[in-house]
Design a protein around this ligand. Sequence first.
Ligand SMILES: *[C@@H]1O[C@H](CO)[C@@H](O)[C@H](O)[C@H]1NC(C)=O
Ligand SMILES: *[C@@H]1O[C@H](CO)[C@@H](O)[C@H](O)[C@H]1NC(C)=O
Ligand SMILES: *[C@@H]1O[C@H](CO)[C@@H](O)[C@H](O)[C@H]1NC(C)=O
Length: 201
Amino acid sequence: MSIKTISFALMALLPFLANPVASQGQNPINQDGCVTNYDPNFDYFTNKITVDNATLFSVHYERNYKVVVNNALKKEYVLTQCGTPVPPASQFGNETVFVNIPVKNAASTATTAVAFIEMLGMRSALKAVDTEGLISSPCLQYDLERGSILGIEDKDLAKRADQFKSVDVVFSTFGSEPGMENKTVITSEVSDPGPLHVAAP
Ligand SMILES: *[C@@H]1O[C@H](CO)[C@@H](O)[C@H](O)[C@H]1NC(C)=O
Ligand SMILES: *[C@@H]1O[C@H](CO)[C@@H](O)[C@H](O)[C@H]1NC(C)=O
Ligand SMILES: *[C@@H]1O[C@H](CO)[C@@H](O)[C@H](O)[C@H]1NC(C)=O
């Protein structure tokens, strides 16, 4: 995997997992990353990312939420800082997924996302992963072994449904588990047509 591919997906996942900037005196953010004294005039995202070399996602910032768009699938993700009001759904398309950030309980059905989440230092946010046998990370395999991360159940469908219900967000590179559409985030880094697509491994 090339460095460019890695940085692309890191950037795509960063808005979901990054902790907000250090709290300012009158606008405290608690240890869970939640705003405790919301001020509608305060910009909660002073460290904004810009997307230079990828075409399949973009990020737009408002003061207390950001909108990540998967341009390949034309899907919008509205990421609202915990402790601040979620913007009205009527401002967005009817298939928009609303996510509270920072994400604390996630499942990933994509092995690619797992590596990037680990690189962001956010493995503790991962609760369940699919095709876990294909994940090479020794730390993640250790967590699977001791049960702090679950392998997504393939045979017992009731158990599988419970696993998906127990997380706030599901990261995927393809579709969504039936019924989980409103919390599934699909990233398309593996299809980006820009220089990333042809970057040498
Ligand atoms: C990446 O984006 C930057 C800024 O737009 C541009 O200068 C550079 O040429 C791009 N790199 C490639 C490989 O396209
Ligand atoms: C959103 O609207 C489109 C067009 O009206 C419709 O086909 C689709 O089923 C709607 N999706 C949801 C989740 O309601
Ligand atoms: C998703 O839809 C279910 C069922 O309608 C609802 O209970 C749940 O709160 C929704 N989750 C999100 C993140 O909007």
